[in-house]
Design a protein around this ligand. Structure first.
Ligand SMILES: *Cc1c(COP(=O)(O)O)cnc(C)c1O
Length: 435
């Protein structure tokens, strides 16, 4: 696999380089030079395969011989060791549950695959790979649990004190082993600034082999294609042939992977992107002008993104052609009030508890169905388990949440976190004294 930068099509780097750099120096995003078309016979018979078999076929087509197939199979079987079931709510509406991994969110697909790919490419290195990550909640848990026990790697997570939910904090701070948590007396932006400064610190980079677990890493995008194929396989085995995917979107990495799957030959009728009031993309698709704004806090806080970093990838996939984009993607925006009403709707109609992000995807699917009736099935993606968002769900609905197995156990584990002031020298000291 070779990749170019969206800012420079002449740049050509290997998969390994793209994984460790995360993004090119020119601040573009890595894109595959060649998007492979999957064998139509494979797609036609896809319902015969398991999630892991589908993942291996898709990953092999994309990555090629940068990782030998037997090794890739090991990585996949180890990383994707949980299901992503499609559940029908009624005859035309279904939810794809992406929260059955260890952090109860879809980011497990990306983080677990990326961690193992990084571990694989680090085998010959004698220096530990130090992953630094700032989190506002969801990414940190996926990265912590994704890298937990992966040889040759160590993760340091910075999270803002008092600003993540209980389950999120437990996932960040109860791991031990190769995972360290720093509880920063500041905001998410402070955490991010500390991490950024570390990456720009030449002296520190000579001492430590630092890398980020950035959400735009190509090794996080690739595994997110798997579940689109797997959802289609499950629908096909139920006799459904035409599907629409509705994706709750923030940085647009999740839907970006869906669109990559589509370009590889997955038959999809249409994609719908639901956003909260951070509506840069819906405004762009309507007006044609890209006008990012500072992010606004909402109930669906993992989607509070004013300038979605993966959007360029999607533009690139569609040759920066607005009409082509509009033929494939429709985007809708909803405020917190509409999100709360949707969660109640889903609960009352289907006895199903959706997290705020998931509720936005549900609304977006409905908005599209209302104006485009047809025989297709609408699949909305559930990106997180509702138990992670006690503050975002009305209490009477939240009381119906069934915690996943093991979630209670987390609460009994001791919290392992060191306190950190918003002070770069302290952070650097910590990293150097705990090498
Ligand atoms: C990260 C996240 C999203 C947004 O996904 P993007 O790939 O950034 O669009 C949606 N829902 C949840 C629960 C998330 O954690």
């Amino acid at each position: 696999m070779r990749l170019y930068s969206t800012n420079n099509k002449d740049l050509s780097v290997s998969f390994q380089e793209a994984v460790f750099n995360s993004l090119p120096q020119d601040k573009g995003l890595y894109m595959p030079e060649h998007i492979p078309a999957l064998d139509p016979l494979f797609i036609r018979n896809i319902q015969q395969y398991s999630l892991q078999e589908i993942a291996l076929t898709v990953a092999t087509a994309l990555i090629g011989d940068d990782i030998p197939k037997a090794d890739l199979k090991k990585i996949i079987d180890d990383a994707i060791n949980f299901d992503a079931p499609v559940k029908f709510l009624d005859s035309k509406t279904a939810v794809l549950e992406l929260f059955h991994g260890p952090s109860y969110a879809f980011k497990d697909f990306g983080a677990r695959f990326m961690s193992r790919v990084m571990g694989y490419f680090s085998q010959e290195d004698d220096k530990l790979l130090d992953v630094l990550v700032a989190t506002s909640g969801d990414t940190g848990g996926a990265v912590a649990l994704g890298f937990l026990g992966v040889e040759g790697t160590r993760v340091t997570i910075l999270y803002p004190k008092g600003k993540v939910s209980k389950v999120q904090e437990e996932q960040l701070t109860t791991n031990g082993q190769n995972i360290r948590a720093l509880e920063v007396d500041g905001t998410f932006d402070d955490c991010q600034a500390l991490v950024k400064q570390a990456f720009n610190d030449t002296a520190l980079n000579q001492e430590l082999r630092l890398t980020s677990a950035n959400s735009i890493n190509i090794a996080r995008l690739i595994p997110q294609t798997f579940y689109y194929f797997w959802a289609y396989a499950q629908l096909k085995s139920q006799g459904v042939n035409e599907v629409l995917f509705s994706v709750p979107s923030g940085n647009f990495g999740n839907i970006g992977a869906g669109l990559l799957a589509y370009k590889m030959g997955l038959p999809v009728k249409h994609f719908v992107a639901g956003t909260n009031v951070n509506d840069t993309v819906p405004r762009f698709l309507t007006s044609g002008s890209y006008d990012p704004k500072p992010s606004v806090q909402t109930l669906a806080n993992a989607m509070d993104v004013g300038n979605p970093s993966n959007w360029v990838r999607i533009q690139d996939l569609f040759d920066y052609d607005l009409e082509k984009l509009r033929q494939t993607i429709t985007s809708y925006t909803y405020d917190d009030q509409e999100t709360l009403v949707a969660m109640r709707d889903i609960f009352e109609q289907y006895n199903y508890v959706a997290c705020p992000h998931t509720a936005i995807a549900y609304l977006a699917a409905k908005s599209y169905q209302d104006t485009n009736p047809g025989e297709y099935a609408s699949i909305f993606l559930s990106t997180a388990h509702p138990c992670k968002f006690p503050e975002g769900i009305d209490a009477d609905i939240f009381s119906a949440v069934q915690y996943p197995e093991g979630a209670e156990l987390l609460a009994d584990k001791p919290k392992l976190a060191e306190s950190l002031a918003v002070n770069y020298d302290d952070f650097k000291d910590y990293l150097l004294k705990n090498k």
